[in-house]
Design a protein around this ligand. Structure first.
Ligand SMILES: [Zn+2]
Length: 479
């Protein structure tokens, strides 16, 4: 069946052009600007001045964590430890079994919570993850049974990972499948139909393969496996909508947890420079060479960037994740790299001037500088940030100006046109797929917004996703 669209703002961000009409058949775009052909369509859609774009692509998120987060205790908006205790207490009235919570921020709480804020005589495990997913609060039972080392209940980085894995390893097939489905529905509601799934391992990979072979996936997923996972493999899976696409490793931690590796140290924690994690460089390169797959390296601090810029010389399919703090000399050296950045961090890290120092704030989230000689794509790192492309776009063009954030004075604002290109067309280029562009032969992956996004940049956050097409199918998203 042919479906035609007309009378709207049909926009291709890849070449920055508007089109008068578009026709899709099966899963592809078959005709553009051929208004006379609309007559041949069995289904004609009058867009009534709404906007049609290729759908959004989020190149770095955590599909498993999104599902877990959607099904867990939500601590995103709490502003005191008392509130945390209260939320936990209420949650325990309705929830039996182990407790996973997510989203607290010590900056908002005014302090780091500890055991005493959550411990009772517990026979269940409790893990309350900080909003950056680099640290968390655990109870004593989890600490003892999982043989973890905490600081009054706080676990960071590797210890945090071990706590998480300990809780998750007992999820059964149906739980994992439900979480993946919830995650996909959530992303589709924001107009995202392709995602880079970071740090995939174990059951999550197995069940995605199974879902792909049964034809029940609702979006294109490109996963980046953990090192422990990829070394077990003889081959990487390539299916219709699910593909194992690379290896994901870390070079440092996060600014929120003060574990990102900064050469100049933390302004609000003198003597601390964060941590460097990467130590198996040669093994990473060997395994990626074997599979000829992407190597995605997480680097937030400039110290981590020093390490991975050296590494990037030895491998072509290299990706940099975050690049949050980058020095001038590094910007000069960075050419033709793929970099996935998260504009949402600009709004969330309202404390960044305190943490890295006022003099260094100009080194943070320099999207404009990075985009000059490299291929930038936008992502959310969800559930760390809400996977809302409109919020990302808003953050990248206003840079906290309306929120009066100190970082707004760093003048790394980009244009709306570029922001759309980074969230749509460049994402498709990261995964080498025929998407992110309105052209014959490209996938009919599209999003319809209630208004033309260019009409008023101040209204971006009020726009609505009215419908999403994935592989030619209308999903009638009501977000
Ligand atoms: Zn991430």
């Amino acid at each position: 069946m042919k479906t035609g669209f007309y009378n709207g703002y049909i926009y291709d961000p890849d070449d920055d052009t508007f089109h008068s009409s578009l026709i899709i058949e099966n899963n592809s775009i078959i005709s553009i600007d051929n208004d006379l052909k609309l007559k041949e369509c069995e289904n004609i859609i009058n867009l009534k001045k709404r906007m049609l774009l290729p759908s959004f692509i989020d190149t770095h998120l955590h599909l498993d964590e999104i599902g877990i987060y959607l099904n867990s205790l939500n601590l995103k908006n709490i502003s005191s430890v008392n509130e945390l205790k209260q939320k936990l207490k209420n949650y325990r009235k309705i929830h039996t079994g182990h407790i996973f919570g997510f989203g607290w921020d010590d900056e908002k709480l005014g302090m780091w919570p500890s055991y005493k804020d959550i411990d009772g005589n517990d026979d269940v495990y409790i893990l309350l993850a900080r909003n950056d997913l680099h640290s968390g609060l655990i109870n004593k039972k989890l600490e003892e049974d999982a043989k973890l080392n905490s600081e009054k209940g706080i676990v960071k980085e590797r210890e945090f990972e071990r706590a998480r894995e300990f809780l998750i390893k007992n999820y059964d097939y149906n739980t994992v499948r439900k979480y993946l489905m919830d995650s996909m529905d959530y992303l589709l509601s924001f107009g995202i139909t392709t995602a880079g799934y970071m740090s995939c391992y174990g059951k999550w990979c197995e069940i995605l393969k199974d879902m792909d072979s049964k034809g029940i996936l609702k979006m294109r997923i490109f996963s980046y496996l953990n090192f422990d996972e990829i070394i077990k493999r003889d081959s990487l899976y390539v299916g219709e909508y699910y593909r194992e696409y690379g290896l994901k490793v870390y070079a440092d931690g996060s600014l929120g947890s003060r574990t990102a590796f900064l050469t100049f140290g933390y302004s609000d924690d003198p003597g601390n420079k964060g941590i460097r994690i990467i130590d198996n460089k040669d093994m990473f390169l060997d395994v990626c060479n074997k599979f000829d797959c992407d190597l995605a390296v997480h680097a937030i601090g400039d110290g981590a960037m020093d390490i991975i810029l050296e590494m990037s010389k030895y491998y072509k399919k290299f990706r940099i994740e975050h690049a949050s703090v980058v020095r001038d000399d590094q910007i000069k050296r960075m050419k033709n790299l793929r970099i996935s950045v998260q504009p949402g961090f600009i709004l969330t890290d309202f404390w960044i001037d305190k943490r890295i120092g006022e003099n260094n704030i100009r080194l943070a989230y320099r999207i404009k500088d990075l985009a000059e000689n490299n291929m930038i794509s936008f992502s959310s790192d969800a559930p760390v940030e809400i996977p809302d492309p409109l919020r990302n776009i808003y953050a990248s063009i206003f840079r906290g100006f309306k929120e009066k954030l100190p970082i707004s004075k760093t003048y790394q604002n980009i244009s709306l046109r570029d922001a759309l290109r980074f969230h749509i067309s460049n994402g498709a280029k990261f995964f080498n797929i025929k998407a992110g562009k309105l052209e014959e032969g490209y996938f009919a992956d599209m999003v319809i917004l209630n208004k033309n996004i260019f009409e008023n940049e101040n209204e971006i956050l009020n726009l609505r996703v009215e419908n999403v097409y994935f592989d030619g199918f209308s999903l009638n998203s009501n977000h």
